[in-house]
Design a protein around this ligand. Structure first.
Ligand code: DP6
Length: 361
């Protein structure tokens, strides 16, 4: 696939107005995307679990307008007008305009809501941008005469989502998605996410992710600033090579269900991501004291009980506690008794591996 394949032929159908709704989940990376080139091309491959409960629901209402000279849209979050979301969507529209050239022909109303609390420190860009991209594809589907295959629809939606936010291209399907060209996964691409095509052991079915909300404040470092820190970073090339290695190591782990090896790999990825931020210029520490308390408690509990509990982190202080469904009773008990006290207002979210976005009729 090349970029050109996502530029549509002329639109043949006339659609005066309409309304489409999609819900799309967040995802949590196991091998992290950190560092990008021009046009949202990742420096290294990443792989993520799609989540199930943390999602964005977006309705796009569109109405044909006479003057096609500029974008025209309004944004609402939970029914309230959100003008501060407009610049982000405007940037997204500019980036995708050549692939969905109907954008200036319509006036859009974007109505969006998240299932997770606002300012929970959980990024809504993956779920939000993927929901938005899917809505645009549903509009495009009405404008072309030929039937779009499900594969093309999903690929192009992932391609568009990536231009909104890199990790968003991994949210459309499930349960494991790979993004970034690599030697391990056949069919992998820098342009869109693909389903992980190899055997996955039963141990990973319904894998649990309990998200501990340690710090619900605004992100200290935006993802754009974060990715830019990898330019001229002294360890960048090693890190990018390591991501390829880790993806290769993950394949037999996913197949055999080796949970100890899985936990070592994901924890090392999480700490490496934070190590990159600590060793860049400027440097950042995005963990909070309670992030470290939680990590130490998880390690102690694992040593004492042998439970298969592990963690991963995004570019923030919150901790994603990952564990197999089979051990969830014991581990959730431990989380409630020992870890929740370190969360802001004792807030946490129980999620698990999911299967991607759905159109809402
Ligand atoms: C640490 O996808 O938010 O979560 O492409 O600039 O929107 P942009 O970045 P974004 O970066 C996510 C980085 C990460 C790791 C990951 O999800 O792979």
């Amino acid at each position: 696939m090349t970029v050109a394949q996502f530029i549509p032929q002329t639109y043949t159908e006339t659609v005066a107005q309409g309304k489409v709704t999609w819900e799309s989940p967040s995802n949590i990376a196991l091998v992290k995307y950190w560092g990008k080139k021009k046009n949202q091309i990742p420096e290294n491959p990443s792989i993520s679990f799609t989540l199930n409960n943390c999602k964005t629901i977006t309705t796009l209402t569109f109405e044909k307008k006479d003057d096609a000279s500029d974008f025209d849209f309004e944004v609402y979050l939970d029914g309230e007008k959100k003008d501060d979301f407009k610049p982000k969507i405007e940037t997204f529209f500019k980036r995708v305009e050549s692939y969905v050239p109907f954008l200036k022909d319509y006036k859009f109303v974007v109505e969006t809501q998240n299932t997770f609390p606002h300012s929970s420190g959980i990024a809504s860009s993956a779920s939000g941008m993927s929901a938005m991209a899917l809505c645009l594809m549903s509009v495009e589907k009405q404008l072309v005469s030929e039937e779009l295959s499900e594969e093309y629809f999903n690929q192009k939606a992932s391609f568009l989502a990536r231009l909104g936010s890199g990790s968003a291209c991994r949210s459309l399907e499930g349960d494991l998605i790979v993004w970034g060209e690599n030697e391990v996964v056949e069919g992998s691409s820098d342009l869109f996410g693909v389903k992980y095509p190899y055997a996955v052991h039963e141990n990973f079915k319904e894998y649990q992710d309990t998200i501990l909300l340690v710090d619900k404040g605004e992100k200290q470092v935006s993802s754009t600033v974060g990715h830019n820190l990898m330019f001229n970073h002294p360890y960048a090339q090693n890190r990018f090579a390591q991501a390829h290695d880790n993806l290769e190591k993950l394949k037999p782990i996913l197949e055999s269900g080796d949970l100890d090896a899985f936990i070592s790999l994901i924890e090392s990825e999480a700490l490496t991501l934070h190590a990159m931020m600590m060793t860049s210029m400027p440097y950042f520490i995005l963990m909070k004291p309670n992030t470290l308390e939680i990590i130490n408690k998880i390690w102690a509990f694992r040593n004492e009980t042998g439970a298969h509990i592990g963690f991963t982190l995004d570019a923030g202080a919150n901790v994603h506690v990952l564990y197999p469904k089979q051990e969830s009773e014991e581990i959730l008990e431990f989380i409630k008794n020992e870890l929740v006290a370190y969360c802001q207002n004792e807030q946490y979210i129980c999620d698990q591996i999911g299967f991607g976005a759905k159109q809402v009729q």
